[in-house]
Ligand binder design. Structure first.
Ligand code: FMN
Length: 397
C-alpha cells in the first residue's frame, strides 16, 4: 500500500471522492477556525529531547477501561463512512481490530451496530449514542448495543443541533444528511468526474443510508435526531440502562470536566467534534494539560481533533492524554482502498508513534507521558506564523 503519510492520504482521498463527499469529511463549522486551530496546536509543540538514551524495545500498549490496546488509539465515531467507501464502518472496525486498536461506532453510521459488531468481532468496540428518536429511541439503542457486545458507551454532549457547515450548505446538503436522489442529481457533474467512486459507492443503494434507524419507526426516526438531545441530567438515566463504562465526549472546559466527574462519568473525551460544531472553540490540545491536571488521574482523559501523525499522538500523550481518537485520517484511508486503506493509515500512525518514542528514548507509554514538552513560546500559532512575526518585526525596526 503506497500511502506514505496522512497528508498524502488526504490528497489521494481528495482525488478519489466527489468534491461534496470530500467536503463532508473535511469540512468544519462556519469559518473552520476551530478545525484549523486543532491542527495548528500540534505544530506549536516543542519537545525537549533527552539525548544519549536508547530504548531497547518499544511497547506502545496501554490498559484503558479494563481493555488492553496495542497502542493508545481508537477510531473516532464518524457517521457516514459508507459515503466514502462501501466497506464502511465494518471495514474500519476490522482494520482497528486487526491492529489491536479500539473503535467507536457512531449512531449515525451507515451500517447497523449489529452488522458492524458481527463483521469485525472487535474486542474493543465502543458505541457512541445520540438520542435518535428521543429517550425512548435511545433506550432501544442502548439495549441493542449492549446485546451486540459493545463494552463502553460514549455520550456526545456537544451536539444539541448540527453546526453550520458552509461547505455542505454550498453543495445543497443539510443535516440530517439528505443524500437522496434529488440532492445527488444536483451533484451529478462532480460525481461523474469520479466514476470510480460512482461505481463503488453509488451503485449500492444501502451505502448512503443510516444503519441504526429505529426498528418499526417510519424512516427509522432519523428526522428526529435532534428532538431530544442528551444533557448532563441524562447520565443517571443512562447509568440505569447501561452496565459498562460511560465516557462523555465533547468537553473543552475544566468546569465541564468537573461536572463529568461529579456525574460519575468513567472517562472523558476532550473534543470539539473536529471543529464541526461550535466554531471558535479552542484547540483541544491547548486545553488538554489543564483538564488533565484537574482530573488528576481519577478517570482516563482522551482527546481528539487535528491528529495527523503518530508524532501528534505522542505529543498528546506527553501533554497527559490517556489515549487519542483518530477521525478524518482513517476516512481518507477508507476512501482510497476501503478496509485495507483504513488499516494502512492506522498502521502508519502506530509506526510513527513507535519511531517518535525511539527518538525520545521512551520504552513505554508511561515514560512517554513524562517527557518534558511545551508550546512554542515565540508564537501562539506555530511555525508558519513565525515567519509572519519576523516580517512584522523587521518592518517595525
Ligand atoms: C465525517 C465525520 C462524521 C462525524 N460524526 C460524528 C458522530 O456521529 N458522532 C460524534 O460524536 N462525533 C462525530 N464526528 C467527530 C469525530 O468523532 C471526532 O471528534 C473528530 O473527527 C476528531 O477530529 P479529527 O477528524 O481532526 O481527527 C465526526 C467527524 C467526521 C469527520
Amino acid at each position: 500500500m503506497r500511502i506514505s503519510s496522512v497528508p498524502h492520504a488526504r490528497e489521494w482521498a481528495q482525488r478519489r471522492l466527489p468534491r461534496a463527499v470530500f467536503d463532508v469529511v473535511e469540512g468544519g463549522a462556519e469559518r473552520e477556525v476551530t478545525e484549523r486551530r486543532n491542527r495548528e496546536a500540534f505544530d506549536a509543540v516543542t519537545w525537549q529531547q533527552p539525548v544519549g538514551v536508547q530504548a531497547e524495545s518499544i511497547d506502545t500498549s496501554i490498559e484503558l477501561l479494563g481493555q488492553r490496546l496495542s497502542a493508545p488509539m481508537l477510531t473516532a465515531p464518524c457517521g457516514l463512512a459508507g459515503a466514502v467507501h462501501p466497506d464502511a464502518e465494518p471495514g474500519v472496525f476490522s482494520a482497528a481490530a486487526a491492529l489491536g486498536l479500539g473503535a467507536v461506532l457512531s449512531t449515525t453510521a451507515t451500517r447497523s451496530l449489529e452488522t458492524v459488531a458481527s463483521a469485525g468481532a472487535h474486542p474493543h468496540a465502543w458505541f457512541q449514542c445520540y438520542f435518535l428518536g428521543g429517550r425512548s429511541g435511545a433506550e432501544q439503542l442502548l439495549e441493542r448495543a449492549g446485546a451486540a457486545g459493545y463494552q463502553t458507551l460514549v455520550l456526545t454532549l456537544d451536539t444539541p443541533m448540527p453546526g453550520i457547515r458552509y461547505r455542505d450548505a454550498g453543495h445543497g446538503l443539510t443535516l440530517p444528511m439528505n443524500y437522496r436522489l434529488g440532492a445527488m442529481a444536483r451533484l451529478a457533474p462532480q460525481v461523474l468526474r469520479r466514476p470510480g467512486w460512482l461505481a463503488r459507492v453509488a451503485r449500492r443503494p444501502s451505502t448512503l443510508s443510516m444503519g441504526n434507524g429505529l426498528h418499526g419507526v417510519p424512516g427509522g426516526g432519523l428526522d428526529r435526531l435532534f428532538d431530544e438531545v442528551p444533557t448532563w441530567a441524562d447520565l443517571a438515566w443512562i447509568r440505569e440502562r447501561w452496565s459498562g463504562p460511560i465516557v462523555v465526549k465533547g468537553l473543552t472546559r475544566v468546569a465541564d470536566a468537573q461536572r463529568a466527574l461529579a456525574e460519575g462519568a468513567d472517562g472523558i473525551i476532550i473534543s470539539n467534534h473536529g471543529g464541526r460544531q461550535l466554531d471558535g472553540q479552542p484547540a483541544t490540545l491547548r486545553v488538554l494539560p489543564q483538564i488533565v491536571d484537574e482530573v488528576a488521574g481519577r478517570v482516563p482523559v482522551l482527546v481528539d481533533g487535528g491528529i495527523r501523525s503518530g508524532a501528534d499522538v505522542a505529543r498528546a500523550l506527553a501533554f497527559g492524554a490517556s489515549a487519542v481518537l483518530i477521525g478524518r485520517p482513517y476516512l481518507y484511508g477508507l476512501a482510497i482502498a476501503g478496509e485495507a486503506g483504513a488499516r494502512r493509515v492506522l498502521d502508519l500512525l502506530v509506526s510513527e508513534l513507535t519511531r517518535t518514542m525511539q527518538l525520545l528514548g521512551t520504552p513505554d507509554i508511561e515514560a512517554l507521558r513524562k517527557v518534558p514538552v511545551q508550546f512554542d513560546v515565540t508564537s501562539r500559532f506555530g511555525i508558519e506564523r513565525q515567519d509572519d512575526a519576523q516580517v512584522t518585526l523587521g518592518g517595525a525596526r
